[in-house]
Design a protein around this ligand. Structure first.
Ligand code: NAP
Length: 272
């Protein structure tokens, strides 16, 4: 029972409040990017959503607007040099600021031993997963500086923290993204820009469909995950919303792992 004599305001359930913020989410037509754009919009941010073609992101943006959010779809290939500047310009024109950047678009075009990868697939992987996030950060940070700060989250992977079978090139690019996160966090901290990475494990999206759609592959994967389940895109989206929010102002440079325990169990002896 509240004390009648108290003048202190009653407790209110805490929530993440991003009203007045402007966020960019790359690769937001589906999966983790879509869930992130929706979560940030639900928390009050205006969101700019990118994908390689306009129509799929336009549909997601429209559904956000219909639910009372503010959203702008923008076609931008994460691997193309001119995309990042055009994205930042379009965001500033539409919403007048950039506070949050989520570098989520990613690709894994080469399956097989690292030394079998072609030069072309090396370039494609690094361009989309590493150079693209670097370019968008470079394009967006001046606007963050003008606001006195901002937050960047790079969507890496546990594959950037521990080698995974058959996707070595992808592992390399995602490991680079973790290091880029740490370098930028150190360089941009004096200017109030915080930079984090998230490292998802096995999440149910089109990207990972080959693993969860195949019975044998799914069973093998689930054996490696102590929680015994696949993650959902919304679980990663909420971690991102937390990291970009005002709840964590002293934190920067972290890599937030969300993987059902897969990474910490990777070196453990499996009974039976
Ligand atoms: N799912 C997992 O298990 C998992 C685990 C760890 C990390 N991740 C990472 O999570 C991120 C999102 O993946 P997801 O699982 O959500 O996959 P997804 O459902 O396939 O979504 C990928 C998104 O990225 C966009 N995209 C792909 N290539 C692009 C490019 N070159 N330029 C711009 N946008 C591009 C796609 O849009 P369009 O096709 O419309 O262009 C789509 O919106 C990736 O960085 C991935 O590496 C995923």
């Amino acid at each position: 029972m509240p004390n009648e004599a108290s003048t202190a305001p009653p407790f209110e359930p805490p929530s993440i409040d991003l009203r007045g913020r402007v966020a960019i989410v790359t690769g937001a037509s589906r999966g983790i990017g879509r869930a992130t754009a929706e979560t940030l919009a639900a928390a009050g941010a205006a969101v700019v959503l990118t994908g390689r073609s306009l129509e799929p992101v336009a549909e997601v943006a429209q559904s956000i607007i219909e639910r009372g959010g503010r959203a702008l779809p923008f076609a931008a290939h994460a691997g193309e040099p001119e995309s990042a500047d055009a994205l930042a310009e379009a965001t500033l024109e539409a919403f007048g600021a950039i506070d949050i950047l989520v570098n989520n678009a990613g690709t894994c075009p080469h399956y097989g031993p690292l030394l079998d990868a072609s030069e072309a697939l090396w370039d494609k992987t690094m361009d989309v997963n590493l150079r693209g996030p670097w370019r968008t950060a470079r394009a967006c940070v001046p606007a963050m500086r003008a606001r006195g700060g901002g937050a960047i989250v790079n969507v890496s992977s546990i594959a950037g923290l521990i080698p995974q079978n058959g996707v070595g090139l992808y592992c390399l690019s995602k490991a680079g993204l973790v290091m880029m996160t740490q370098v930028l966090a150190a360089e941009l901290a004096p200017e109030g820009v915080r930079v984090h990475a998230v490292a998802p494990g096995f999440v149910r999206t089109r990207f990972s469909r080959g693993m969860w759609d195949d019975d044998a592959e799914r069973t093998r994967m689930l054996d490696e995950i102590p929680q015994g389940r696949i993650g959902e895109p919304e679980e990663i989206a909420r971690a991102i919303a937390f990291l970009v929010s005002d709840w964590t102002p002293f934190a920067t440079g972290s890599t937030f792992v969300a993987d059902g325990g897969q990474l910490v169990a990777a070196g453990m002896w499996t009974p039976g």
